[in-house]
Design a protein around this ligand. Structure first.
Ligand SMILES: [Fe+2]
Length: 581
């Protein structure tokens, strides 16, 4: 009987999720935020997500063999605790806590896992509990799912796990080896996150907005290098400015604390407020992005260069792996032949990472990630039942041909809410819970913003691209199934799909193959037949600040809470009254 391994994330009090392996197969994975409708589901455990995974797989609680969790005990002999204590000498309570009570978070996490398992009906005394170091879980989520067989360089960048913040290692014959780690407070992710707060966004959420703002600015106008000291081997974040603790932090009028200091404000001026992309903040964003890229690339060369020269394969996970601009530059490195980024790069992916790591320790070699359509799906009848339960008495019909019906709506210049198959795992909508538009129609991005997203005007929308045109459009045959990279858009495509080309001429593209999502692929084919371009604009199916839609009920709540006019759930087309197709 195949081993049943349940992976859980939520170790750092954000992005809880669950993933279920049956033998070498990843059967289901989902993020808790989708079920409880609370973005990042802070301070929650993945109860609904785990319940879904077990139900989907038809696994009873007593059939679970292993529970894996991405947070482990750190011994007093480990360098992380001592490093932390020395670097935080100015906040002695923290420093002493690391030395004398360094596994406080671990013990709390075990208690939380025990509570969760008892709610799920899983007997703690019967299962094997496998705690996995946080950065090993990130590394595993990339390496073991990459499908790479040769020696593979592994990179991990996030805010912080137990103590480690940055991981360099390699995978060989199914085993992960560490080369070098950096420890809190020396964190590239922490520096970027603190600066994200300074630029007026939420940490652990707004980093990609800083990245989106960067192309509007000039990275040479401000030198942000005082934020970090890098000598080619080691780096130290200047905690007098960012990644600060305690008294050095800045608090706003309401008493909310930030991870940057009053000194940073003295230097750069007041933190940014509002939705606009103005000077000097766009230049700051450009400088931060540039600093992050430059140091990351130098560290990759320093610690992974030899392996890359040998095999060219690199895996990347952790919140920093969602930095698609850095990823574009990594792919461009002369010795990198292929980069695999775990699509759930931030902590939600550590559920898969912990579980796959536990599997590897048991001698199970887990299969390559084929797609991220790992969440719940709903039948046509379930969609009809949800529609009929609405007070609005929606106008709906069953369409005979889903791709054709969708393409007609898009071709007519309308945005479309598109709900098909299993929900995606990870932050990107990849054609299962998406809002779509025709990228050749000028103004469609603005219409989507007006009708639903209400997001910052300067943020780019992204394309899903038919596999047969991807190489011509993106000028590369590098795999790109998960929107984890940006690419330069070929000159002759820019005027054809202007709505999905960013300010700097790049696009964060998803290349769609028939095997992973046949109905979405058919839609792209139909768009190509009608418009000449096998491309759609694809943004996630949610309103600003809300998690991506999970159920038909969520889709309808969103639909009636915004000005979108068309919603296609499986083969059920719902339209707002008085609107013709
Ligand atoms: Fe993490």
């Amino acid at each position: 009987m195949a081993k049943v391994i349940l992976g859980l994330s939520g170790a750092l009090t954000h992005d809880p999720s669950a993933a279920l392996y049956v033998g070498e197969k990843l059967v289901a994975a989902a993020e808790e935020e989708r079920f409880i409708r609370d973005k990042h589901a802070k301070n929650k455990m993945p109860l609904h997500a785990a319940r879904f995974c077990l139900e989907y797989a038809g696994i009873k609680p007593e059939e679970v063999d292993v529970v894996a969790f991405p947070f482990a005990e750190v011994g007093l002999d480990s360098p992380g605790r001592w490093y932390f204590a020395k670097r935080y000498w100015y906040a002695p309570d923290r420093a002493l806590d690391a030395l004398f009570n360094g596994n406080r978070h671990y013990r709390r996490n075990v208690k939380r896992v025990k509570g969760l398992l008892s709610e799920l009906g899983i007997d703690w005394d019967r299962i094997t509990f496998v705690p996995v170091e946080h950065h090993l879980a990130h590394a595993s989520s990339a390496y073991h799912l990459s499908g790479f067989k040769e020696k593979t360089a592994i990179l991990g960048i996030d805010g912080k796990g137990e103590y480690a913040t940055t991981f360099f290692g390699y995978g060989e014959n199914g085993k992960i080896h560490k080369i070098k780690e950096f420890y809190d407070p020396d964190s590239l992710g922490g520096m970027y996150g603190a600066f994200t707060q300074y630029l007026g966004f939420e940490m652990l959420d707004g980093e990609y907005k800083v990245m989106g703002m960067a192309p509007y600015g000039d990275p040479s106008k401000f030198d942000l290098s005082p934020l970090i000291d890098f000598d080619g081997n080691d780096f130290r974040v200047n905690t007098k400015l960012v990644n600060t603790v305690g008294m050095r932090r800045y608090k706003d009028e309401k008493g909310k604390g930030y991870y940057f200091s009053p000194k940073l404000i003295e230097w750069l001026g007041p933190p940014r407020k509002g939705d606009s992309a103005d000077f000097p903040y766009i230049d700051y964003a450009a400088s931060m992005q540039n600093l992050f890229e430059e140091i990351s690339l130098k560290l990759i060369e320093r610690y992974l260069g030899d392996i890359l020269r040998e095999t060219g394969k690199l895996c990347f996970a952790g919140g920093g792996a969602l930095n698609v601009k850095l990823n574009q530059r990594i792919i461009a490195l002369p010795h990198v032949s292929e980069l695999f980024v775990q699509p759930a790069g931030s902590d939600s992916g550590t559920a898969v990472g912990a579980a796959s790591h536990a599997a590897a320790q048991m001698g199970i070699s887990v299969e390559k990630l084929h797609h991220v359509n790992l969440g719940p799906s709903y039948t046509s009848d379930e969609c009809i039942a949800a529609v009929q339960a609405r007070d609005e008495k929606p106008q709906w019909e069953k369409v005979a041909n889903v791709p054709e019906a969708a393409a007609e709506i898009l071709e007519n210049g309308n945005p479309l809410a598109w709900f098909q198959g299993r929900m995606e795992f990870g932050p990107r909508a990849l054609g299962c819970r998406s809002i779509l538009g025709c990228p050749s129609i000028k103004g469609i991005a603005d219409r989507i913003n007006e009708q639903i997203k209400y997001r910052e005007r300067w943020r780019p929308f992204c394309p899903s691209v038919l596999d047969s045109v991807a190489e011509d459009l993106l000028q590369t045959d590098h795999p790109a199934p998960y929107m984890t990279f940006t690419f330069e858009v070929a000159e002759h495509w820019k005027s054809r799909i202007p709505e999905v080309v960013h300010e700097d001429g790049t696009a964060r593209a998803q290349v769609v193959t028939r095997e992973t999502n046949p109905v979405y692929h058919d839609l792209l084919k139909e768009m190509e037949r009608r418009t000449g371009n096998g491309v759609v604009l694809n943004t996630s199916l949610n309103r600003r600040g809300e998690p991506v839609v999970c159920t038909p009920e969520d889709a309808l709540n969103m639909f009636y809470g915004c000005d979108l006019e068309y919603l296609l759930m499986e083969d059920i087309l719902v339209r707002k009254k008085g609107k013709g197709a």
